[in-house]
Design a protein around this ligand. Structure first.
Ligand code: GAL
Length: 417
């Protein structure tokens, strides 16, 4: 009798374990978060998923800005081997959804009340024909200037708020033997600097017309000429080792005081934080010159691909649920340098840069001065973005191309489909 009871207990246990195993799935996640701060944030995502008993299969493709990751993703999807989730952003989400390869996460969104907690400007990007096909993780601000205050002090100069002041500060840093601008000469980094100059020199309306609506007259007009000339002037203040340098190595130069400033999105803050630095004391975050009253947004999100295995589908849906949870949004963004995308979050654990970003995001959304980042896949279709990015880098690297030439090429590139 006892033996029988033990046997049936064992059988019940086996059945339970089998059910558990069937329930636990694997989620393969494509991302490009390999730098110090980025990797910490990715680990937070992995831990969140593993807590639910699922397996995380890391599919990291190094390369800031994600161009390499997108190339690898395309070949995987074409060969019928899509990952469960991939970091895809902005209008590209619509392009992937139109291919019919993304899955609908409306059930998760409904249960998590996403429509109530995701700002409409973001929710629209996450939906295809009214259905959620991606989960947003954060809001990055791109128009930042990162500064080493010690370097400013040594050079006897101050934090610039306009582009004229920027060049005065850069000149003073140069005289003091400090590299004025830490830069990595990769096309997405050139484009990141370019869009901040466009916003600061041209203003919000110009930015929208030129870099969101791709208006040919604005792209070839006098304001764009001024933007390109200002942008190119910055090159004189970068060092000779800039070509090809990764963005996080450029940030490290500012952290160490080898360089004074860097124009980069707030994933750079993740590097300062990972290095144990404190904002306001060891480093300064300021709006890029002339962009104090505007905000270029860059929202990271995970698109969910159609899968064939039920357990993996369940794991994928659990990942989407976890991404939007307040706990995850806090932990992830504390490491990533961004702010939670979820509204109504407490910001008390966040630093002053994040608090400023959150306040500005809300204020700029009201005043219409919130603009999508073209350099980070938020503003225009991928083909136009890629072609324009190349023109901007060619202009940056060429000794011969005039701003006028670059404008003609930009307008042509904007028509790429
Ligand atoms: C951006 C991305 C950020 C950050 C950065 C550098 O496009 O949105 O999350 O990772 O690239 O890799």
């Amino acid at each position: 009798m006892t033996q029988l009871k033990q046997l049936s207990q064992a059988a019940a246990l086996c059945a339970l374990m089998a059910a558990g195993a069937a329930h636990a799935g694997e989620v393969e996640v494509l991302h490009w978060w390999t730098s110090g701060g980025e990797a910490k944030a990715a680990t937070a995502l992995k831990a969140t998923l593993q807590k639910q008993g699922h397996t995380w299969k890391d599919f990291a493709v190094a390369g800031g800005g994600g161009d390499s990751a997108m190339t690898v993703l395309k070949s995987r999807v074409v060969s019928g081997n899509a990952p469960a989730a991939a970091q895809i952003k902005g209008p590209s989400l619509q392009e992937w959804a139109a291919e019919g390869v993304l899955t609908n996460v409306d059930a998760v969104a409904k249960a998590g009340k996403w429509d109530e907690v995701i700002p409409p400007v973001v929710a629209n990007i996450m939906k295809y024909k009214g259905h959620y096909i991606a989960a947003p993780v954060n809001v990055h601000r791109v128009n930042w200037l990162w500064v080493n205050p010690e370097a400013l002090k040594k050079a006897g100069t101050k934090l610039p708020t306009t582009w004229d002041e920027f060049f005065v500060t850069a000149e003073a840093l140069k005289k003091a033997g400090i590299i004025p601008v830490a830069h990595g000469g990769q096309n997405w980094q050139d484009f990141t600097v370019f869009e901040s100059v466009a916003l600061g020199v041209g203003g919000v309306d110009f930015y929208k017309k030129a870099l969101v609506q791709l208006d040919p007259a604005t792209l070839t007009g006098p304001q764009m000429e001024k933007v390109l000339t200002t942008f190119k002037r910055i090159k004189d203040y970068t060092d000779k080792n800039a070509p090809g340098r990764d963005w996080n190595l450029a940030t490290a130069m500012v952290i160490k005081g080898e360089a004074g400033m860097q124009l980069m999105g707030d994933w750079a803050k993740g590097e300062f934080i990972a290095a144990g630095k404190t904002p306001g004391k060891d480093f300064i975050c300021a709006a890029a010159p002339g962009t104090q009253k505007s905000f270029t947004f860059n929202i990271d999100s995970f698109a969910l691909f159609k899968l064939k295995n039920a357990a993996n589908e369940k794991a994928q849906q659990d990942l989407a649920t976890a991404i939007m949870s307040p706990e995850f949004q806090e932990l992830f963004n504390l490491n990533k340098g961004s702010i939670p995308v979820r509204t109504g979050m407490k910001m008390d654990k966040f630093d002053d840069c994040a608090k400023q970003s959150a306040a500005d995001f809300a204020a700029d959304a009201k005043t219409g001065t919130l603009v999508p980042s073209i350099a980070h896949g938020m503003a225009v279709p991928a083909a136009a973005e890629g072609a324009m990015k190349d023109v901007v880098s060619q202009f940056w690297n060429s000794d011969k191309m005039t701003a006028k030439d670059a404008q003609t090429r930009l307008a042509a590139a904007a028509k790429s489909k």
